[in-house]
Design a protein around this ligand. Structure first.
Ligand code: PLP
Length: 415
């Protein structure tokens, strides 16, 4: 850090002030986490210099003996952790991993059946703004109006009607467990590939806190930086019969040189995931999310689907007459970072939204438990209902003082 500080104090200053921001507030974005110093060490290492196109033992560059060891460890650890036939640890991100899955199984114009974005899916699941909706024919299922959970009848109906080549389960705002056996059965009935995008919940699977999609799906793509708590990146596990197609789709079809420093960090993260401490963390993430969802519900900030089975909950603000955008701004002013989110059948535009999404990976990593979740639920409710986007407003200041007290007792990245 000394070298950076001496040469580029502006960027060194950003690193320090971002750490201060992380430490100074409550981080409740469901897709974020705080990876360990061990993981961060590889990210800032000389492995970043190395070109290694290809795979271990089959590279297009010399000098790969050492990075081969890192990638082989990452592959073996991912396979053991997820009990998977094959792992590809090269995708640069969740979107890159998904692009490779399309590349492996679909040609332009082919049909995919996936969850719609406004009901909890992801941009890469066939939205018109993304390559996935431009190059492929996407048919979307949503949630049931009453249960607000996946409309399984609609999935089956659309699958039989459109005969998609691939059926995709998973998304970015799904609080409940997904019935993988159901999707497998439907995919088998029409001869489709069953793909799970487990980006959000793979950390809970790694920690054995929820059932795994791996035995049921042909292919599972995921990010490594969310609940999983690894570096910002992606990965894919699949059945042995798809190994060649997935590997060819990641490289050379979609990517060039792999990021070996990130792959080394993924290996370390997978090792962390296999520890009893990690399993305890994964279970606590869910216990915390349940209490946070319930507490907010008691304050009139209704959890969709009535609660959560995972690390996140989605809340409908219509009863308290606040928009998602205002809630996000009010929380921000009070030292609470979360995001506005569309709720199913949202009457608002996506950039305003009627909901917020909250997640517990960061606060659980900091060591907080159910008692603190009750406190946090109360603080969010005060900021959202009585607060203001002005940090100088009395409620913003009061809530911020309590946030400071909490994060001082549970510091992120201990000094
Ligand atoms: N898939 C899902 C379900 C996600 O939630 C996300 C990210 O939010 C992605 C894919 C994309 O991951 P990345 O941002 O690493 O490209």
């Amino acid at each position: 850090f000394g070298a950076l500080e001496a040469f580029d104090p502006e960027i060194a200053g950003v690193l320090v002030s971002e750490l201060d921001r992380l430490r100074g507030g409550l981080q409740l974005i469901a897709s974020e986490n705080m990876s360990s110093p061990a993981v961060l060490t590889s990210l800032g290492s000389t492995l970043s210099n190395k070109y290694a196109e290809g795979y271990p033992g089959r590279r297009y560059y010399g000098g790969c003996s050492e990075v081969d060891k890192a990638e082989s460890l990452a592959i073996e650890r991912a396979k053991a952790l997820f009990e998977a036939d094959h792992a590809n640890v090269q995708p640069h991100s969740g979107a890159s991993a998904n692009q490779a899955v399309y590349g492996a199984f679909m040609s332009p114009g082919d049909t995919i059946l996936a969850m719609s974005l406004p009901h909890g899916g992801h941009l890469t699941h066939g939205t018109k703004m993304s390559f996935s909706g431009k190059w492929f024919n996407a048919v979307h299922y949503g949630v049931d109006k009453d249960t607000e959970d996946i409309d399984y009848d609609e999935v089956e109906r659309l699958a039989k009607e459109h005969k998609p080549k691939v059926i995709l389960a998973g998304g970015s705002a799904i609080p409940r467990l997904i019935d993988f056996e159901f999707f497998r059965r439907v995919a088998d009935e029409i001869g489709a590939i069953f793909w799970v995008d487990a980006a959000h919940f793979i950390g809970l699977v790694a920690g054995k806190a929820i059932p795994s999609p791996v035995p049921h799906a042909d292919v599972v793509s995921f990010t490594t930086h969310k609940v999983l708590r690894g570096p910002r990146s992606g990965a894919i596990v699949c059945k042995a019969e798809h190994q060649a197609a997935i590997d060819k789709a990641v490289f050379p079809m979609m990517q060039g040189g792999p990021q070996m420093h990130t792959i080394a960090a993924k290996a370390t993260n997978f090792k962390e995931c296999a520890t009893p401490e990690y399993q305890a963390y994964a279970k606590q993430v869910i216990a915390n999310a349940k209490v946070l969802a319930e507490t907010l519900g008691e304050k009139g900030i209704r959890p969709t689907t009535g609660g959560t089975d995972t690390h996140l909950s989605l809340h409908d603000l219509q009863q308290v007459l606040v928009t998602g955008a205002d809630a996000e701004a009010r929380c921000d002013a009070a030292g609470i970072t979360l995001n506005k989110n569309a709720i199913p059948f949202d009457p608002q535009k996506p950039n305003i939204a009627s909901g917020i999404r909250v997640g517990t990976p960061c606060v659980t990593t900091q060591g907080m438990g159910e008692d603190e979740m009750r406190t946090i639920g109360g603080l969010i409710a005060r900021a959202v209902v009585d607060g203001d986007a002005d940090p100088e407003h009395a409620v913003s200041k009061e809530v911020r003082a309590e946030v400071t007290d909490l994060v001082t007792r549970f510091p992120a990245y201990q000094r």
